[in-house]
Design a protein around this ligand. Structure first.
Ligand code: AVJ
Length: 323
């Protein structure tokens, strides 16, 4: 019975049921209306994101995936001194638990895996699948908002944080610094962090990655309105909004917006929100970092840079940091 290696999902901090509602009402009430990208990922949104990852135009996912076997080989050497005690990996915002497989495959003494994700149900299922495939790895899923301080289970192994996919790009630089501080506090001194960061590059490449021909990213963006309609009793007319994404060069970030095609009033949970024609809801930032820029950000949160891996043409970076 392999699944016995999976302990029950530990509820870390209690997540109030109405947090989504609170965030939406507050965000839509601001002069520049905004919604947090963390709400993209309901079942439909996660499915659409997986489709985005298959797109020709969307280079980050496949580029990072292709880097991971080489990175894992280097980490195996780097952590060779910990062979006896083993290595534990804490993944923040674990999603489908696919990328961890490449680390497990490349690091034989990786014997502990702690995925942290907000969706306990999905996490439990994925964790059981992983345990069946890798019975040598003890998997302890934690259901928590990974952006805060996470209480980790007792451990005797060295910890390596894992934060792939350039998810750090969703945060403002200030927020990223705070978050990296939290990761350091959660994992403790002597821990390491492997983090995927997207690079600055030709504006056209960035543009097409978020404006794909098939319109999947547009559907992904609009799905947040569908989710509000369904879960928060909203009445967004999805056809009255259009997807937009552009590279804001001075801020070094892709911005995604939903632009109202008409003047309209939308109701969410009984609250009314007026949109002018052409007014936007800012739904996502995706920051791109020069290597030195990111190393500086890491340093401001107490992390030293051990090593950076760069994909061909510097399309994507992975950093190994030390607390
Ligand atoms: C999952 C945050 C890394 O910013 O590229 C993909 C999300 N948004 N297409 C990104 C996303 C639109 C993605 N991250």
């Amino acid at each position: 019975n392999y699944s016995s290696a999976v302990t029950a999902v530990v509820p870390s901090v209690a997540v109030p049921d109405n947090l989504f509602l609170q965030d939406v009402l507050q965000g839509l009430g601001e002069p520049q209306k905004r919604l947090s990208p963390k709400y993209f990922y309901d079942a439909e949104g996660s499915h659409l994101f997986n489709q985005i990852c298959e797109l020709e135009e969307y280079y980050p996912y496949r580029t990072e995936l292709a880097m991971l076997p080489g990175v894992a080989a280097d980490l195996r050497e780097f952590f060779a001194g910990h062979q006896q005690k083993g290595l534990g990996v804490v993944e923040f915002g674990a999603g489908s638990l696919h990328k961890i497989r490449l680390l497990i495959d490349g690091i034989p003494f990786l014997n502990r895996y702690i995925p942290v994700d907000i969706c306990g149900e999905h996490l439990r299922m994925a964790s059981q699948g992983l345990s069946r495939r890798y019975p040598q790895v003890k998997v302890t899923p934690i259901e928590a908002d990974f952006t805060g301080y996470v209480t980790l289970p007792e451990r005797s192994t060295r910890l390596l944080g894992f934060f792939p996919g350039s998810t750090i790009g969703n945060m403002l630089p200030d927020e990223a610094i705070h978050f990296m501080h939290h990761m350091r506090d959660s994992m403790g001194m002597g821990s390491h962090l492997l983090i995927g960061v997207d690079t600055k590059k030709d504006t056209r490449i960035l543009h097409w990655a978020y404006n794909d021909q098939a319109g999947i990213t547009a559907r992904f963006n609009k799905n947040i309105l569908k989710r509000i309609n369904r879960e928060l009793d909203g009445n967004f007319d999805i056809g009255c909004f259009k997807h937009e994404a552009w590279y804001n060069k001075s801020l070094g970030r892709i911005e995604m917006h939903l632009r109202s095609k008409v003047a309209q009033t939308v109701t969410v949970a009984g609250e009314h929100f007026f949109f002018c024609e052409d007014e936007t809801i800012h739904t996502e930032n995706s920051y791109k970092y020069h290597p030195e820029e990111f190393a500086r950000l890491a340093a401001m949160s107490g992390w030293g840079t051990v090593k950076r891996w760069a994909a061909a043409d510097d399309m994507f970076s992975m950093f190994l940091l030390t607390a």
